[in-house]
Design a protein around this ligand. Sequence first.
Ligand SMILES: NC(=O)C1=CN([C@@H]2O[C@H](COP(=O)(O)OP(=O)(O)OC[C@H]3O[C@@H](n4cnc5c(N)ncnc54)[C@H](O)[C@@H]3O)[C@@H](O)[C@H]2O)C=CC1
Ligand SMILES: O=C1O[C@H](COP(=O)(O)O)[C@@H](O)[C@H](O)[C@H]1O
Length: 255
Amino acid sequence: MDDPVLLTGAGGNVGEAILGGIGDEYDWRLMFHSPPADEPDHEYLVGDVTDDETVQAAVDGVSAIIHLAGDPRPSAPWKSVLSNNIDGTQKMYEAAVEHDVERFVYASSNHAVGAYETDERTPEMYRPNDEFRLDGTELPRPGNLYGVSKATGEVLGRYYHDEHGIKVCNVRIGNLTEGHPPIDYERGQAMWLSYRDCAHLHECTLEADYDFEIVYGISDNERKYYSLERAKDVLGYEPMDNSAEWDGDERVDAN
Ligand SMILES: NC(=O)C1=CN([C@@H]2O[C@H](COP(=O)(O)OP(=O)(O)OC[C@H]3O[C@@H](n4cnc5c(N)ncnc54)[C@H](O)[C@@H]3O)[C@@H](O)[C@H]2O)C=CC1
Ligand SMILES: O=C1O[C@H](COP(=O)(O)O)[C@@H](O)[C@H](O)[C@H]1O
């Protein structure tokens, strides 16, 4: 990839995981919401994804976008997700099409499908021997307004792909936690995404050949209710981590 890759939300947790793993592999253009404390190693700009001028400057000349910026709180109120997540994502797509960007990788969420976790299915579906799997072909089923905004971001991608041909990969990220899986949290362990798997998965989204995809972004956890088949088959994702190999913050079954 010769032209820069735009990473929005670069100062957040997912941005940190991506840059920590594949920071040296690409010519990045980073977008921050507020000025970074330390001088970044890459070209960067500061601004809001709902601001047209900033978005135009951010997108001009890039070949791909990994769009992370937004309000990540499952409890986020409508006003915030409407602006930061939905309007911000639509503006990014519009500019991407205008500037002939080849591919758009969108940070969707487990919360776009959170309401599949019904009282009848839980907590068994968080456990290794349960066979219930979501695979990305199911309809969105959000359990909160944040999830509604993430599902809407996926649908925006569907529209911009179908109408304008941009390659789109929606990554329904699980629970990104650094170092070890979430502790005493079965749901989080079932959808753990380690930092190194997060970086590798995003590298796959930048390299693989696809048109429009919805994949799950989790590690290869023994206990899981999201299928990784699509991410493996289409993107070539080869996750290295598994929450079942951990007892709290201790690795009990090292690779
Ligand atoms: N961390 C996780 O486990 C998961 C994260 N995600 C998604 O991944 C993305 C990144 O999440 P995190 O890094 O965890 O969150 P974060 O809060 O650490 O990072 C988000 C970044 O976006 C920036 N931002 C927010 N609104 C903005 C706006 N209007 N304009 C420009 N920048 C803005 C924030 O300043 C922040 O640096 C989010 O879209 C979130 O919904 C989805 C599922 C799980
Ligand atoms: O989309 C997200 O999901 C993760 C996991 O959800 P949780 O409700 O089990 O905590 C969340 O931690 C993250 O903040 C959010 O952006």
